[in-house]
Design a protein around this ligand. Structure first.
Ligand SMILES: Cc1ncc(COP(=O)(O)O)c(C=O)c1O
Length: 469
């Protein structure tokens, strides 16, 4: 065969043998080298291309092992017949991919963003300690339910801060609400009919097939239990301490009514999502519904997503004793979705009191941001209605404008501000009197809160009623 010219780039990060191998492979695939052709000897090709014989040897070896060429002892290498369509390197096509990670926004009011204050040095100390040969055992697969030490710490924390009495044996650790919810649904199957808050946490209907879930309205006292009672649902997902996204707290009367509803049938259950109960700025923390339950009807779930970081991917559920046996039968074959080392770092961090310290610190930070946001709205834009304040990391605002929520979202986006219409959290359309948005303040730096809000109002054409002094 004529000596093929392969363009080899000596400065490329791609090794020479790989460039040669790809060049020859493509030439064979595209029939630029015919079947049966004898390839030049390693020595000749090395001289011709001015590269080492070893490089040629590796490239030929790769072609040989993939069946593009054959070796005839003491004769040389020959191009093989290829029956099937070989793998062809795809041309790089520039497909525009829309990335919406908030990077292009100057101010992002996403309710899931947290303040980036974090005790890195302390966390690093625990990480360093655990990644040590004395932790060899942690290289093996752990308990499906999660590490016992972490479950013990969570049980202690739940007792002290949420009034929940449970044993570590009832706790299952998983990498998020999204991973744990399907597990719960499998545990309580028997043709379950699932009811959801409307509006509600948008991940839930996605997990559970939107069209099958029964939407239940929410008012200032939380979930409308009367409405639930009229359906044939046997499971309800609810955020009683701080309804997502309206911020309503489930009233005492509704709590009793809901627990009564659940106790009326053996297959009825309440899934209580206590996702951000750590952050309440006025009054006492709202006790968990689980603490009131005497009939094993509440499956409690919570997460470290708000209290530590969403990227940690650690959440947990507390199962009623009556579901433990079924859990063991169904799930003991599954492995935990959270790495063991991470579980130990978190457990040690909690054991030494750093979690409680972190929460106290974060509560102060979020309270300051919350107060600043509420102050700015109520001082300068009194005709903007605020709902769901005093807790968590977001509020709801309703604005006196005639445009639709999506038109206003677009206007904000044009001004590089991300806001989230409440309609994005509905499974059945609701008629809000005015366009309503979630404003998450967790991720906005304190000193930018007023600026971000003024910019938002300006782009919507809402005028300040007074000037800052
Ligand atoms: C209502 C609600 N539940 C749970 C979560 C957290 O889910 P995960 O534990 O999967 O991060 C969030 C996060 O924003 C939420 O808003």
């Amino acid at each position: 065969m004529d000596m093929l010219i392969f363009e080899l780039e000596k400065d490329s990060p791609k090794p020479l043998y790989e460039q040669l191998y790809i060049g020859m492979k493509n030439a064979i695939i595209h029939k630029q080298i015919e079947v049966g052709t004898k390839l030049p000897s390693k020595r000749k090709l090395a001289e011709f291309l001015n590269i080492s014989q070893t490089t040629i040897e590796i490239a030929y070896g790769q072609l040989l092992s993939e069946g593009f060429i054959v070796s005839k002892p003491r004769v040389g290498y020959f191009v093989e017949e290829i029956d099937e369509l070989p793998y062809v390197e795809k041309d790089q096509i520039d497909v525009p991919i829309e990335l919406d990670h908030g990077k292009s926004y100057e101010h992002n009011f996403h309710p899931g963003k947290i303040d980036p204050s974090f005790p890195f040095a302390t966390w690093r100390k625990y990480a360093k300690e655990i990644f040590d040969s004395s932790s060899r055992e942690l290289l093996q697969i752990g308990e499906p339910q999660g590490e016992y030490v972490l479950r013990s710490e969570i049980a202690k924390y739940l007792y002290q801060s949420r009034g929940i009495v449970c044993k570590p044996e009832q706790i299952v650790i998983g990498s998020g609400t999204e991973q744990l919810l399907p597990m719960i649904l499998r545990l309580i199957e028997h043709d379950s009919k699932f009811a959801l808050e409307n509006p509600g946490y948008s991940a839930i209907p996605r997990i559970h097939l939107k069209n099958k879930a029964i939407p239940i309205s929410v008012d200032d006292d939380g979930l409308v239990v009367d409405e639930l009672e009229e359906t044939d649902a046997n499971i309800v997902y609810i955020t009683p301490s701080h309804q997502f996204p309206t911020g309503a707290v489930l009233s005492a009367a509704r709590r009793t009514q809901l627990l009564k509803w659940a106790s009326k049938d053996t297959n009825r259950y309440i899934i209580e999502d206590d996702y951000d109960s750590e952050f309440r700025y006025i009054g006492k923390p709202i006790p968990a519904l689980q603490g009131l339950d005497r009939n094993n009807k509440v499956i409690y779930m919570s997460t470290f997503t708000k209290s530590l970081m969403p990227s940690l991917r650690v959440a947990y559920i507390v199962l009623p004793n009556t579901l433990l046996q079924k859990y063991k039968e169904t799930f003991s074959y599954y492995s935990s979705t959270v790495p063991r080392f991470d579980q130990h770092i978190l457990a040690n961090f909690m054991k030494d009191g750093h979690f409680a310290k972190h929460l106290n610190r974060m509560r102060k930070i979020y309270r300051k941001k919350h107060d600043k946001l509420i102050y700015t709205i109520s001082t300068f834009y009194p005709n903007v209605t605020i709902k769901g304040d005093h807790a968590g990391m977001h509020i709801l605002i309703s604005v006196p404008l005639n445009e639709t929520e999506s038109e206003l979202k677009q206007k904000a986006s044009n001004a590089k501000i991300a806001v989230y219409p409440v309609s994005e959290y509905q499974i059945k359309p609701l008629n809000y009197r005015q366009p309503t948005f979630l404003l998450g303040f967790g991720g906005i730096p304190f000193e930018k809160i007023d600026k971000a809000l003024h910019l938002l109002m300006t782009c919507w054409g809402i005028k300040k009623t007074s000037e800052e002094n």
